[in-house]
Design a protein around this ligand. Structure first.
Ligand SMILES: Nc1ncnc2c1ncn2[C@@H]1O[C@H](COP(=O)(O)OP(=O)(O)OP(=O)(O)O)[C@@H](O)[C@H]1O
Ligand SMILES: [Mg+2]
Length: 421
């Protein structure tokens, strides 16, 4: 990757977040229910003081709350898992924000408790109790979001909330959003490319927009050929998303959440992080240093774990490599970054490929000579090398008879060009 290529850009998912409720696309039923609930608040008589928006990622749950705050000029108070770990933590976080009038001229407040399903898995019953009390006492609308709200532990919480289901975004709307982004970014992009991105996103608008930005980085015209990147991405889809989740996590818990993925390849994650930390944290040397420091400890833990068969060390390694890596206090604001495939793995893969090719050629030649491959390597190959250097034509002829075509000669032998380079 050349250094002149722009790597850092405002993430389009942020840049094009809806600023009005009406701009939240799709999910008409959910929107209608949500608007009715907000209207009940405006009249001062909500049946339920909290709403729980649930559904798949990238469907607009967080967006609709942000849009509400902007549309009504309400102050948005965002709480995360660590704010609600205990009653005391919650009180500290919200009492000031809720009781005082606002100095910024807001006309109201709305409280967003994002991703509550992340809380339930922890053993903080105190936190759940605190949320319930907050709902009981609040003078402002509270919105909770979750991907999967059906954990039995969340039952009391569900009962206290208006339940509003969000669904995957239909393909037509995904394409429409992508089209309008292309227009605003002055990017020319054939419809079939957008359609392919939409298919690939499976109704997750965040993924679709991120994909579009990935393939459009540094370009103004896109073509079907650019989908190649997307193809690679489909295979590596998880790694891209996992790396982004870790490096841009808003809380240690969020970074840690990737370790619960059943298919997480942590050795691979280590390589991916090691490759991409400097890009994501480009604006802060301190953040880069902190992240690498945590990552190096994770690396030490992993090798100790393998050497001493101390499997219990795995959880420390995983915490260091996720929560640790993302926890620098100097972390720069979230920028959209195009991640790279780890160079180390690429080199290893290339070497492996070359070695495979070498083995294939040698196996063929040695079987024709009825010798073992090691005998070929030690007793035949050096002579062939000499012949090749003394009389290239003669050498090539012999090699052909051994099943080594001209274009494979340099796989096994030093050739002219190589000798020079
Ligand atoms: N219905 C939508 N209308 C317009 N934009 C959307 C919609 N849904 C998602 N987006 C875009 O995708 C991004 C991510 O959406 P959002 O944060 O609202 O997802 P979410 O439903 O909260 O997902 P998660 O469960 O992962 O938190 C937004 O910033 C916005 O750009
Ligand atoms: Mg969200």
């Amino acid at each position: 990757m050349s250094t002149s290529e722009p790597r850092l850009e405002v993430p389009w998912v942020e840049k094009y977040r809806p600023s009005k409720i009406a701009e939240v696309v799709n999910n008409e039923d959910a929107k209608k229910k949500y608007v009715a609930w907000i209207n009940a608040w405006l009249r001062g008589k909500p049946q339920k003081k909290a709403a729980l928006l649930y559904g798949p990622p990238g469907s607009g749950k967080t967006s609709i709350v942000h849009a509400t705050a902007r549309e009504f000029n309400w102050e948005l108070i965002e709480l995360n898992a660590s704010d609600v770990r205990s009653r005391e933590a919650l009180r500290q976080r919200v009492s000031g924000a809720l009781d005082t009038g606002s100095v910024f001229g807001y006309q109201g407040k709305i409280i967003l408790l994002d991703e509550v399903d992340g809380i339930s898995t922890r053993e903080d019953a105190g936190g759940l109790q605190a949320i319930l009390e907050l709902i009981e006492k609040t003078r402002w609308p509270i919105v909770l979001t979750a991907n999967d709200p059906w954990d039995p532990k969340l039952r009391t919480l569900r009962d206290a909330c208006e339940l509003i289901e969000f669904k995957k975004i239909g393909k037509r709307d995904v394409v429409k959003v992508l089209e309008s982004i292309c227009q605003k970014e002055k990017i020319e992009c054939p419809k079939e490319v957008l359609s392919a991105i939409a298919d690939n996103s499976k109704g997750d608008l965040r993924a679709a927009i991120n994909d579009l930005q990935s393939i459009a980085l540094g370009k103004k015209t896109l073509s079907v050929a650019d989908l190649q990147v997307l193809g690679d991405r489909a295979e590596q889809e998880n790694m891209f998303e996992i790396v982004r989740t870790v490096l841009t996590a808003k809380s240690p818990e969020q970074a840690l959440s990737v370790t619960r993925l059943p298919s997480l390849d942590y050795e691979m994650l280590l390589q991916w992080l090691s490759e991409n930390i400097p890009y994501q944290y480009e604006q802060s040397l301190q953040a880069i240093a902190d992240a690498y420091n945590a990552l190096s400890w994770a690396d030490i833990m992993l090798s100790r774990m393998k050497r001493e068969q101390q499997w219990s060390l795995l959880s420390y390694a995983l915490e260091l490599m996720t929560a640790g890596v993302s926890s620098s206090r100097e972390r720069p604001p979230f920028k959209f970054v195009k991640y790279s495939f780890p160079e180390k793995i690429r080199i290893l893969a290339r070497q492996k490929e070359k070695f495979e090719e070498y083995r294939k050629v040698v196996r063929e030649a040695s079987s024709r000579l009825h010798v073992s491959t090691s005998k070929f390597r030690t007793e035949v190959q050096p002579y062939l090398q000499v012949i090749l250097e003394e009389d290239e034509e003669e050498g090539k002829m012999i090699l052909r008879s051994l099943g080594i075509p001209e274009n494979k000669i340099n796989v096994v032998f030093k050739t002219e060009e190589k000798a020079h380079s």
